[in-house]
Design a protein around this ligand. Structure first.
Ligand code: PLP
Length: 357
């Protein structure tokens, strides 16, 4: 079997969820498990959190079905709401909470005949301008939806654009817009993503929506997950499958972009960009072998990558290589590649088996 595995530490997810809850005492939390639980496997993650989580959040009815199988009684929020009339029916049948983010969605819901009413989360566009109504429209729709036969609770939801940036002006402005609706009698309010859970107590409201922090990655560029008390969840581990002595002046890999400046020992590792390791990772990006951080050498291929083992002469074929995990954080790798941990985690491909601990 190809020795490449994404190990997922379910106890670490529970730890991170508990940390999110401690940040917002007394509030409830939707554990965000969209995108296959950020690449970790939604069924296993939901099963691990079933007894702890107050609810789950996903981005489609298809994702919600996976959650519902594991958590028959949980609240499950559709973050973008229903995409069509069939979704409206499914949401009612599955007992989902639905965001309502625009006029089309709202009108369609009010013209549907549903098996039972759904909890609605009216989306306020507080400044991100991606989804949602402006304040006056929220007031209008809150009134129209309240008491409609399709609707149980009427709740308020909004989303921050810059909560990950320290004291960004837009965050305060967005919070002000949300607080401008304090006089409307919503059943519940939910504003906070991980960044706001960790750094913006006034935004905690009734329900928080932690995502990335559950998976042990940081929403902030400037603060590491470890500093925040989060435990890493996914470890991507491969093995060295070949070792080559490369003389000075010879190159390694596609494009011959890496050239040996000293007699070098190059290890070939069975993980490539078709597994989700980023092709943009530059030479020098660290991986862990036998407790040592060693640098990538040359371009990442589809199924393999090369590392410079010269400084770890004891390294052998068959040695494990941590591509990311507790020692090389996914955030560190992401920042070396000009992206964010979210993208790397969600891009681990289907051919990488997930193993749960
Ligand atoms: C994905 C998502 C979240 C979770 O965001 P994180 O930054 O991963 O915590 C919260 N709310 C909404 C609306 C989302 O789409």
């Amino acid at each position: 079997m190809r020795p490449l595995i994404a190990s997922v530490d379910l106890a670490a997810i529970r730890h991170n969820y508990a940390l999110a809850k401690r940040c917002a005492p007394g509030r409830r939390a939707f554990a965000v498990v969209k995108a296959n639980a950020y690449g970790h496997g939604a069924a296993a993650v939901v099963a691990a959190l079933r007894d702890d989580a107050d609810g789950f959040a996903v981005c489609s009815v298809e994702e919600a079905r996976v959650v519902r199988e594991q958590a028959p009684a949980a609240r499950i929020l559709l973050l973008e709401g229903c995409f069509d009339a069939e979704d409206d029916q499914s949401a009612a049948e599955l007992g989902l909470d639905v965001a309502v983010q625009g006029v089309e969605q709202a009108e369609r819901l009010l013209s549907a005949r549903l098996a039972r009413p759904v909890n609605v989360w009216l989306k306020l566009d507080s400044g991100m301008h991606r989804l949602g109504f402006e304040e006056a429209q929220v007031r209008h729709w809150a009134e129209r939806l309240r008491g409609a036969p399709q609707v149980a609770e009427v709740n308020l939801i909004s989303h921050f654009a810059c909560a990950d940036e320290h004291q960004h002006a837009l965050t305060g402005e967005q919070l002000e817009v949300c607080l401008g609706l304090q006089d409307v009698a919503f059943d519940h309010r939910a504003l906070a993503n991980s960044a706001a859970v960790l750094s913006l107590a006034p935004a905690h409201m009734d329900w928080i929506r932690p995502g990335i922090m559950l998976y042990g990655a940081s929403p902030f560029a400037e603060r590491s997950a470890a500093e925040l008390g989060l435990k890493p969840v996914m470890t991507l581990t491969a093995k060295i499958i070949a070792v080559h002595e490369v003389p000075v002046g010879d190159s390694v890999g596609y494009g011959a972009s890496w050239v040996a400046e000293r007699p070098s020992r190059i290890g070939t590792v069975c993980c490539g960009y078709a597994d989700g390791y980023p092709r943009q990772a530059p030479s020098g990006t660290p991986v862990l072998v036998r407790g040592h951080r060693v640098p990538l050498a040359g371009r990442v291929s589809m199924d393999m990558l090369a590392i410079d083992l010269t400084d770890v002469p004891e390294a052998r074929i068959g040695d494990e290589v941590e591509l990311w995990g507790a020692n090389v954080s996914v955030d560190e790798l992401a920042s070396a590649c000009g992206t964010i941990g979210y993208e790397l985690l969600t891009r681990v491909t289907a051919r990488v088996p997930r193993r749960y601990q």
